[in-house]
Design a protein around this ligand. Sequence first.
Ligand code: NDP
Length: 295
Amino acid sequence: MGAALIDGKAFAKDLRDKVGEFAANFEQRSGRKVGLAVVLVGEDPASQVYVRSKGKATVAAGMNSYEHRLDDTASEEELLSLVEQLNQDPKVDGILVQLPLPKHLDEQKVISTIDPDKDVDGFHIINAGRLSVGQEGFVPCTPLGCLMLIKDQLGDDLSGKDAVVIGRSNIVGKPMAQLLTDANATVTIAHSRTKDLEATVKRADIVVAAVGRPEMIKGDWIKPGATVIDVGINRVPGKEEGKTKLVGDVDFDSASDVAGAITPVPGGVGPMTIAVLLRNTLVSAYRRENIALDK
Ligand code: NDP
């Protein structure tokens, strides 16, 4: 392995610690704690794990975590009225509705009911619009976390760098491309209809893979010295029978021989997502109380 390992776990811990310090400062100045409300509908096991770790991290950062669980038979009306209630609640700075929702509930309708100024996931159409025109809002946590890791490697100004984002989803690929463009990189967005993905990836100084296909991007696709950010989380059969393991969208073993720096899976982008969620919630609290957030 020639590449430097980008330690997202350590970076995320530092970010959570910093958020914790600011959260304590916020409490001193405003007389209340920062609050994050998380809504979980149904019993999806992966969602339950995510919600539990978000709650734990929120409390560890000195914030209040308000968890709301609804039955998977809950009506849309019930869910929308809970969201409206959280919109009005002055103790709540951030609202997150854990996705995916059960099929009978309209995700877009639910997200668009969240107050955009409490939408710390950055999924509301108003926040997508704000990002696209360069206004202050909330940026989705995973791509913002990726940008932090990239800037930590390459500096804040990515002028002259060619970046390729593989994937064009609303929650990862598109906002990632926008953030890289705003940081002055020259950005290509690749997706399932891209003609020659390998050649496209080979040109890139920065590769962000957000596809959801295990180890699809091979080492010989990577430009020597490139910074490789692997967003993919794929569960595949492990070496031992009956066991599984997590791998990314990048073939780590071959890519780490060529790249300049690379994120592992797990321990790369994954831990950043929750840390940035806490950061967004903190920013929301400072904005809502009109307190300047000094860096
Ligand atoms: P989506 O399924 O919404 O998007 C996948 C994208 O990959 C689509 O744009 C699709 O193209 C593209 N794609 C699919 N197959 C190919 C292919 N063969 N060649 C090129 N592009 C292809 O996924 P998400 O964006 O939600 O997530 C992507 C990955 O990131 C997943 O593994 C997910 O688990 C992970 N993830 C990790 C997070 C974290 O915290 N670390 C958070 C969120 C996601 P098209 O649009 O043409 O269909």
